[in-house]
Every structure is written in C-alpha cells, then in structure tokens.
Ligand binder design. Structure first.
Ligand code: URA
Length: 429
C-alpha cells in the first residue's frame, strides 16, 4: 500500500477499507509512515469524516495496537469516566477515589493536555515522584490493592493513541468527531470496563462549540460502546467558563484534595457527583441520580474517598504529605475588572491558551511544563463586580510567560448589566 494514495483517497472523499486503515496506523507505529503523512491523513479525516465502518476499523486498530486488560476474575463492577477536554476540569481526580471507595474498580487511562484543554496526566505528574507510566502488570496490581489507578497511554496500552494524540495536538487536527471518538473509546475499551460515563463538554472553552455537535459525538460514542458491550452514559456539561476556582497543574491537585475533604467549589462537586451517580446506577448500587449522589456524599464526608486518593498517590510513588508547600509559584499577578456590572461571559478558550502560555500545556514538541502555574478565578459568571475588582490571580515561575498570559487574559471576560443564564449540566442520557 502507498501512504500518499490512502491520504489522497480520503482527501477526495473516497471510503477507506479496513485493511488500508489498519495498514496506515500500524505503519505509523513502525515509523514507516511519517508524522507528516499521518498529520495529512488526520486533516483529510477532519474535513471528510469517517463513516461507521471506517470508524470501527479505526477504533479497533487503535485498541489492537497494544494489550488490553480484563477483569473477568473479579466480581466488582469495572467502570471509568472520560471527558472530551476542558479547563479547570479535575473531576477525574475526585471521582476515581470516590468510586474506588464505593467498591467500583476504576482502571483509568487518561490523557495529557490537548490544545487549550488540560490533561489529567500532566496534573498528576506535578505531584513529586508520581509515576503515570506503569506496566500493565503493575497497573493491575495497584487496582487490585486500591480499586483504582490512573496511568497514561504507553507503548504497551494504546500506543497508537499515544503517538497520534501528541501529533493531533501539534497539528490542529483535534476537533474531528470520529477521531475524538476513536481516541477516547480505544483507551476505555482497552481497560476491560463494564461501564463508562462520558462528559461531553460544550461551549466556548470546548472542542465542541454547540450541543448539536455534542449529540453527534454522543451517538458515535454510544454506538461504539454498545458494540463492545460497554454500558455508556453521557453528560453534556458547559465549558462556557472554567470548572472550579482554579485551572492549571499542581493547583488543580490542591483543589481536588480540598474537594475530597468535602470543601470544594459547588460546580466542581455537582458535575463530579452526577458523573459518579451514572456509574453507580450502571453498577446497580443506586436506583436513581439522587441516591447515587447521596452515596458519594457519604464517602466524601467520612474521609474514605480522600484516603483512597492518598493511597493511589502512594502506590504510584508520589509524595504529597505537605501539599500546601509543594510547587509554590515564584510570581503572581492580578487581572482586574475594567467596569462594574455582572459577569456575563468568559472567553474560555482564550483562558485555556493563557494557561498553555503560562506553562500548563504544550506549545511545541519539546515543551517543558511548569507545575507551579495556574489561574485562580476570583469571580465567575453571575457575580456582581465593581470596576477595579480582582478577577483572576495568575501565577507561575517564569516572568516573561506570566506577562504574555496576562495580555491574553485582559480581554477574556465580558461584564454587562443583564443577568446571565448559565447552566452547568446541559443534558444527560
Ligand atoms: N480526550 C481524549 O482522550 N482524546 C480526545 O481526542 C479528546 C479528549
């Protein structure tokens, strides 16, 4: 087969065969197909899409590029959650230990930052010593000890997603619905789960700007989930403003610990618990969302979810004992409001790019992250503010990048006299 012929076919809207898709991805993994050729195919897919048969072939090839896990020897319900990418979204860090303490096994394969969105793996790696690169054997061992583990794609599990994910990030080819679907579903199916809840982010800080796009993606994901016998539920949540009070790297770990100590921001808690409730219903542990939410509130109150989190960190070789002292930023700056009124809207994508500028994401192939970096959102949509009031606290350990990020942030908030209508949970299935 000839790579340029396959790329041209897709560019011209001609369907690819299963063998062509399989050959192209396998050859990319063997370094026979180049980054440029894979990026060209991804761009052609972005414009021409994949039909159902091509989507299955793409997803199956991604799954079979590495080993898969199975928990057939366990009586536990095995489940996971994944989001399409957001800003300030640390729900996985809270939900995984909550579910683990309710005796659900959670073998989570998570991702790094993609474009302007944050990555669970980057946040976890801001914990000194934390190892996200576990072998399949030790991943399973940790799960058996603590009901949960969070790792990244590796050369052993989902290597195709690992390599393609990074390339998509650097080549503007992320927001293709079938590729997002394959990327997420291949990781989740490889985990050997029974149930899955997907958080499809919608809005000006998400890859999907409208709920209609979200519904199209949900249909693809549900179809793939069903055909691999994974119960798949969907929550559509708004990314018209960052989630929680902080976005960044270590500051999100700190906010997750606060939330696990039953002291987190209400939007973050609301989204986390509705996602968890969906899994608890799938597992037969709750009859409805209210019951599922109550069960999770109990493990937050009792401290058992926090204990699970601390154990997860320890088992993955992280050290977090004095977490208020770790990763202290060298510099900080405030952004102030320039008029009085009600906060109506954020340009959330711009906030995401400001985070990348601060050092929380990948600008280049060799970008080195700044674990101390982040933004505190002092006011959010619906808050009344007066001219000159503090809006954002911006921090990192590189003065030049801090200045650049602040320039981006200056025009990322809209203040008006109208009372805005903001809804976090837009729909659920
Ligand atoms: N998360 C993923 O794992 N893949 C995507 O494409 C988007 C979000």
């Amino acid at each position: 087969m000839i790579p340029s012929d396959i790329i041209s076919k897709k560019r011209d809207g001609i369907l690819l065969s299963k063998d062509e898709i399989k050959w192209f991805i396998s050859s990319y993994l063997e370094d026979k197909v180049s980054d440029a050729q894979m990026a060209s195919l991804l761009m052609a897919i972005y414009f021409k899409g994949l039909n159902k048969r091509e989507l299955y072939a793409f997803t199956e090839t991604m799954i079979n590029s590495g080993s898969t896990i199975n928990f057939k020897d366990s009586d536990f319900f095995v489940a996971d959650k994944h989001s399409t990418g957001g800003i300030g979204d640390k729900t996985s860090l809270i939900l995984v230990p909550i579910l683990a303490s309710l005796n659900i096994k959670v073998p989570m394969i998570a991702g790094r930052g993609l474009a302007f969105t944050g990555g669970t793996i980057d946040k976890l790696e801001s914990i000194p010593g934390f190892n996200t690169n576990q072998s399949l054997k030790s991943f399973k061992k940790i799960i058996l000890k603590n009901n949960s583990s969070i790792i990244s794609q590796s050369n052993e599990i989902c290597p195709a997603d690992k390599k393609i994910y990074r390339l998509r990030d650097l080549t503007g080819t992320i927001p293709s619905l079938p590729v997002i679907c394959s990327s997420i579903m291949s990781k989740k199916i490889s985990e050997g789960i029974n149930g899955l809840v997907l958080d499809i982010k919608i809005g000006n800080g998400a890859f999907l700007k409208t709920i209609d796009e979200g519904r199209n993606l949900a249909k693809l994901m549900k179809d793939v989930g069903n055909s691999f016998k994974v119960k798949t539920d969907i929550i559509f949540s708004s990314m018209d403003q960052p989630l929680g009070d902080y976005a960044g790297l270590f500051c999100e770990i700190q906010e997750a610990i606060k939330t696990l100590s039953n002291d987190g921001p209400s939007d973050l808690k609301e989204l986390t618990l509705i996602l968890g409730a969906k899994i608890l219903i799938q597992a037969g542990k709750a009859k409805n969302l209210d019951e599922g939410i109550k069960l999770q509130e109990q493990v937050l109150r009792s401290g058992s979810a926090l204990k699970r989190f601390n154990k997860l960190v320890k088992l993955q070789k992280g050290t977090i004992d004095n977490y208020t002292e770790i990763n202290r930023p060298k510099y900080q700056k405030f952004i102030f409001t320039d008029k009085s009124g009600i906060i109506n809207k954020f340009n959330t994508e711009r906030i995401g790019w400001a985070l990348v500028e601060l050092g929380c994401g990948y600008k280049y192939t060799d970008s080195i992250l700044d674990y101390t970096a982040g933004i505190q959102f002092i006011n959010k949509i619906g808050d009344n503010v007066i001219n000159g009031e503090k809006l954002f606290r911006v921090f990192n350990s590189n003065k030049k990048r801090l200045e650049e990020a602040c320039l981006l942030l200056k025009s990322s908030c809209y203040i008006d006299n109208k009372v805005p209508s903001f809804k976090l949970i837009l729909d659920e299935h």
